[in-house]
Design a protein around this ligand. Structure first.
Ligand SMILES: [Zn+2]
Length: 264
């Protein structure tokens, strides 16, 4: 999973990552920027270091590897240099599945992370590009994280994963991003006064404020994959859209790639 900032994959795909990790699959989060702009009082190298440490702790709690590329936060552009970094990360991991934001987003770093991964989606298989890392012999399946943006086209829920059983673990892992969950995001969102002071209170508050409402599209997708009875009981879910540029799985292949689908 690739995100723009060290906490993006966590929010958008963290529950799915936990489920994969619990089944013994190797999962990596890659933050394309180092997060060195995301704070109201800290900045630069000191902030990047703090966020790297938080990402490592979150990675442990999720059960995933967490890489952070050293590009400045808030200044990401879809350059050839960063595209090659992304291609190399996908190849080195020998990824079967790659998940990234859609290129429609309010935040330019999110948007360009989406573009960078789209730009890599064919090139990972081209041996003469970034030739120092062997090209993949099969193109992975690329997917997008869920978002609510409507233009130019709304998110389509192709796959929805029931993460109810691991939601508490997801929140506990996100709690590792202290600088974001309890300082920066509440500050920029004007709700800093809501943040509890004690650790237990904080995590409980986080589980309320970070819970994502299941859209009717995601609910329909859950019904497709889990059956309507089970889908009706799902409390927390993460949905993904299949990108047109990588391998195109049929439903059997989707079940193989996401073995938690339809499992009791
Ligand atoms: Zn972000």
């Amino acid at each position: 999973m690739l995100g723009a900032h060290p906490d993006d994959c966590d929010q958008d795909g963290g529950g799915t990552a936990i489920l994969f990790a619990k089944m013994g699959h190797a999962v990596k989060f890659v933050s394309v920027t180092n997060g060195d702009a995301g704070h109201q009082t800290m900045k630069g190298t000191a902030l990047a270091k703090r966020r790297f440490a938080e990402a490592q702790e979150a990675g442990k709690r999720f059960g995933v590897k967490y890489d952070v590329l050293d590009n400045h936060d808030g200044q990401l552009l879809p350059t050839l240099e960063v595209r090659l970094q992304v291609i190399k990360k996908i190849r080195e991991w020998n990824a079967d599945i790659v998940i990234a934001p859609r290129p429609n987003d309010y935040h330019p770093d999110h948007r360009y992370t989406g573009v960078l991964v789209q730009d890599a989606a064919y090139m990972v298989a081209v041996p003469n590009v970034a030739a120092e890392v062997p090209a993949l012999t099969k193109n992975p399946v690329f997917l997008y994280f869920q978002d609510g943006f409507q233009r130019p086209n709304p998110f389509r829920s192709d796959i929805a994963i029931d993460i109810s059983d691991v939601f508490a673990q997801k929140i506990h892992a996100m709690d590792a991003h202290t600088s974001q969950m309890y300082e920066w995001l509440p500050w920029i969102g004007h709700y800093l006064q809501e943040v509890p002071k004690d650790n237990a209170g904080r995590e409980e508050w986080l589980s309320k404020s970070r819970s994502v409402k299941i859209t009717s599209e995601a609910r329909s997708s859950l019904e497709k994959w889990y059956g309507s009875e089970k889908a009706a009981q799902v409390k927390h879910a993460e949905a993904f859209e299949i990108c047109e540029y990588g391998a195109q799985p049929d439903d059997e292949e989707k079940k193989r790639l996401f073995p938690m689908l339809g499992m009791e």
